[in-house]
Design a protein around this ligand. Structure first.
Ligand code: SF4
Length: 154
């Protein structure tokens, strides 16, 4: 079983009410069962919603209580992002997933780079909150930009 960011499968759960449908990810459906997951929706954040970024570190630091998630209106959404991550982990465990394909550069889902917390498009190295929790719990996280890596594993 592979957990997949819902927005990559065409669900309109992205912050702006749209999706990030990805043809390569959809094609994986022909080979195996994919479980859609959107941590921000699981935390009952509305869609559309203002964009959010991590300030003071990355998702691992958020889980450690050393960084926070804020939206563009400067509202602190740290607890919501942590809640969404734990709910996503619960779903992954319930489905026996040990692999995930999550959306690149998202403050929840990113596995390599996130926006730097300045809302100016700047990027920094780091994980999103859910990706960090998944990796901490033995679920390998890839992005939609690394499908070829995933194909080697299945
Ligand atoms: S939280 Fe993840 S699954 Fe949900 S919209 Fe953002 S990138 Fe997509």
């Amino acid at each position: 079983m592979i957990m997949v960011s819902s927005c990559l499968l065409g669900f309109d759960c992205k912050y702006n009410g749209e999706n990030n449908e990805n043809e390569q990810v959809l094609q994986l459906f022909e080979r195996m069962q994919l479980i859609p997951v959107c941590p921000e929706s699981l935390a009952e954040l509305p869609t559309p919603r203002p964009p959010a970024e991590i300030q003071g570190g990355d998702g691992s630091d958020v889980l450690a209580g050393e960084a926070k998630v804020v939206d563009k209106q400067n509202r602190d959404l740290t607890s919501e992002f942590i809640e969404g991550a734990y709910q996503a982990l619960q779903q992954a465990r319930a489905n026996g997933a040990n692999l995930a394909i999550l959306k690149a550069r998202s403050p929840s889902c990113a596995n390599k780079q996130i926006y730097a917390g300045k809302f100016n498009g700047e990027l920094k190295e780091g994980l999103g909150v859910t990706a960090a929790l998944f990796e901490k719990n033995g679920i390998q996280v890839y992005s939609e930009e690394e499908i070829n890596e995933v194909l080697k594993k299945i």
